[in-house]
Design a protein around this ligand. Sequence first.
Ligand code: C2E
Ligand code: MG
Ligand code: MG
Length: 505
Amino acid sequence: MKATLEELRSALKVGNNLKREVRLVSPVGQVRWTEMNTQVLFDERGAILGFLATFADITERYIHQERLRHVAEYDSLTGLANRYLFQDRLKQAFFTSEREGAEVVVMFLDLDGFKIVNDSLGHAVGDKLLKKVGERLLNILRRVDTVARFGGDEFVILLNPQEKQLAVAEVASKIIQSLAQTYQIDGNEICVTSSIGISGGTAKNASPEKLMKQADAALYLAKSEGKNNFQLFNEALDKEAKKRVFMARQTRSALRHNRFFLEYQPLANIKRKEIVGFEALVRFNDELGRCVYPGDFIAILEESGAIVEAGNWVIDEACRQLSQWHAQQLFPLDGFMSINVSPKQFLDDSLLDSILGSCERYSIRPQCLTIEVTESVLIDKPAKIQRTMSQLKEQGIRFALDDFGTGYSSLTYLQQYPFDHLKIDKSFVANLGSDENSAKITKSIIALGKSMGLTVTAEGVADEPTLKILSVYGADYYQGYFLGRSTVADTAIAQFNRALAAAAN
Ligand code: C2E
Ligand code: MG
Ligand code: MG
């Protein structure tokens, strides 16, 4: 209404009449659509006196029009946009791109083996499947994106131009994973996978037609690559996806061929400079024997869900190693092992049994295990996480909040969950000596942790001056290259025993 009033004012100033559809809301909230006609009134000398406005109630007509528009723009089976609306939105996206230079991304999606479902279970089931596919797509994508069905099992998606290039591959993997989950339809359990072709471009280097063609070609490539995958047409995107696909393949192969292994990094007490525990850090060797670090594959494992299997292996292997050191009397019985656990593992019901089962198998006291989690663990399903943590805690397992300072650094997290330790992220610790801000933050985090009854570990301590500062600030433990890098089990424990012998002399 505000905009209409503005328009009215401008029209009046120059003596123009105005005709507009206006939405009126009565004091009790009833909405009526009206057609407003204004007529400017002049005096005998031609000066503007005012205007006469008449309102005709067009609510019925408006609802009719809306219905027609819906039929014209939406797919009747799934309620998604149809080809017409999609093309209009794509055009709009290119206008935005022209103004802001942002990239427009189009995805062509096709179900693998939809014809078999239709032929074997009938069209009614096929239709329900298409509806469910539509629902899952809407669930994954944001409101600002457009999901359309062009007919048959052909879906087309327009990602809002704000979408960053990197996230596109992630969106596509999410879609593929979600659509691959089993569908329950009329008593049938149906599994179908999907293939996606993606193309991206800006108003400078592409056009709506070009993007549609390229996405279609990329879909063809995805189908010929064995289906159940996505392909990117755009070269920059292509590189990124190829890297990810390559890394995903490497990770799968390493899992299958047991090429995962653990390294151990020592943690020491700041006051006594004694090693009191190790943190288990996972790695794998790729096909050429090169070591691949978790930064490159944990996210991939999380995406595919394989993190549960890999994570359970890490837990079991770390426990086995600790019990072997204990049995060989290479490590004190109160020394602990820290294990990183990712969010997906926490949401899986097997975590409790996995941790307690490994403790039992290797006769490890749960008090010897510390589970390290980052704040991202605590975001989803907090009640479930709290329950799991409490159950483990009752058995004696300890918890550390890892990388503190990089995430939300929320005090409520610290209060709501039963943490024992706080680990300050290495990004602060590394700059302690040179950056006043880092020093202030580190000092406050230590004070905060201590006030809440937690022990505080500083990560990434690289030299003696840093260690001295941390000691003054009151940190309890430290970890970092200055004390020792992560190494394989034999080297790690040998270093520990050498340090012990040197201290005794
Ligand atoms: P994190 O738990 O914070 O582990 C510490 C990381 O910092 C390790 O990197 C370690 O090698 C590195 N680091 C230690 N001291 C220094 C130092 O003085 N300077 C510098 N620059 N870096 C240092 P890594 O092994 O690459 O692990 C990276 C992250 O991957 C870990 O961070 C952890 O969040 C995750 N991660 C490692 N192993 C596992 C695992 O088994 N499961 C899960 N879910 N995540 C893991
Ligand atoms: Mg950690
Ligand atoms: Mg950390």
